[in-house]
Design a protein around this ligand. Structure first.
Ligand code: FES
Ligand SMILES: [Fe+2]
Length: 337
């Protein structure tokens, strides 16, 4: 395995859990970006993500901290912290400590997922996370898909993958034939890397059809470097969401979610066996990608074919906006060898 030379504290939105994993009153422990964090859901249903340690004497709030309404109570001396990370009560003093604050992270929740905004310089979010089910401006919404959590997700923990590897997969037309066994390589119809949220569309067929008769494809929205959503068209209606969240300087968690379009008229949340089988097939294909990524060494400069040049150059230039301004990629690549 090869340690990535790319920065593991990129700026952007990153999935830290599926919504169903954190119920009301739950306190969930996690480590991302080299930082111990907790996520807790208050009575109003809102999720707060904050650093894990109490600002009083440093208890880890994920070991015995309790949610009470809209506050989190520390197990050590009962200090109460609100959703903004402010101390609102010291049970044995008249006043709270107004000066100390636990670092909190902007949170957004949709697509059965909890995302946090991470920025090493603590800037506020400056782009959104596209919604996988309603974000493609085609009138579709969550009601048109079976829920995914519990049966149509993949969670690969602590793998040596950088988020950029997964984004590059979207412009990598040649791998489809070898990793996904498609009969033809896809034809790109859109590469739009002008903004932090970028777009890639291509036509592709997973069955053997003549090249001039392909009537199916994929649209992708990359919400920064950490979250990629796709919509398939002209084939079984599915949406996917791929999220790579750095844990430390070498490893990331990968979460993959697949939604299958509902059978017309079916209002049950239980997918049909056909839908489940299709989701399993999509997850299996994604597993083939992961198998490559987790053993890959980042190649820079890569030996690109002429046809690959535009796509890879565009996505790599786009990715640098999420990295620290002083990041020297050439030096980092040389040091990682
Ligand atoms: S360490 Fe949290 S209240 Fe004392
Ligand atoms: Fe792939």
């Amino acid at each position: 395995m090869a340690r990535t030379p790319l920065p593991m504290r990129p700026t952007g939105w990153f999935q830290v859990a599926w919504s169903a994993e954190i119920g009301v009153n739950d306190v969930h422990r996690m480590t991302y970006f080299g930082t111990d964090m907790i996520a807790w859901r208050s009575a109003s249903g809102k999720v707060t993500v904050m650093d894990a340690y109490c600002e009083h004497l440093g208890a880890h709030l994920g070991f015995g901290g309790t949610v009470d309404g809209e506050i989190l109570r520390c197990p050590f001396h009962g200090w109460e912290w609100n959703r903004q990370g402010r101390n609102v009560c010291i049970p044995y003093e008249k006043n709270p400590n107004r000066g100390r604050r636990i670092r909190t992270y902007p949170v957004t929740e949709h697509s059965e997922s909890i995302f946090i905004w991470y920025d090493a310089d603590r800037r506020e979010p400056y782009f959104p996370v596209a919604e996988a089910l309603s974000g493609f401006d085609d009138g579709r919404s969550a009601a048109d898909y079976y829920p995914a959590h519990g049966h149509s997700t993949l969670f690969e923990q602590s793998v040596e993958i950088h988020p950029q590897y997964v984004m590059e997969n979207g412009v990598d037309f040649a791998h489809f034939k070898y990793v996904h066994n498609t009969p033809l390589v896809p034809e790109f119809t859109r590469h739009d890397f002008d903004q932090p949220v970028s777009y890639v569309d291509f036509t592709i067929a997973f069955d053997d059809v003549p090249a001039d008769e392909i009537n199916s494809g994929v649209q992708a929205i990359n919400s920064g470097i950490g979250v990629a959503s796709t919509k398939s068209w002209g084939m079984i209606d599915n949406r996917t969401q791929t999220c790579v969240t750095p844990i430390d300087e070498t490893t990331s968690d990968v979460r993959f979610t697949v939604w299958i379009g509902r059978k017309p008229g079916d209002t049950s949340d239980q997918p049909t066996s056909r839908a489940l089988a299709h989701a399993a097939g999509v997850i299996e294909q994604f597993g083939n990608d992961i198998h490559i990524w987790k053993h890959q060494r980042y190649s820079d400069p890569p030996a690109l074919s002429p046809a690959e040049f535009a796509g890879f150059t565009a996505i790599r230039a786009w990715a640098t906006q999420f990295y620290p301004a002083d990041f020297d990629q050439t030096a980092a690549v040389a040091a990682a060898r």
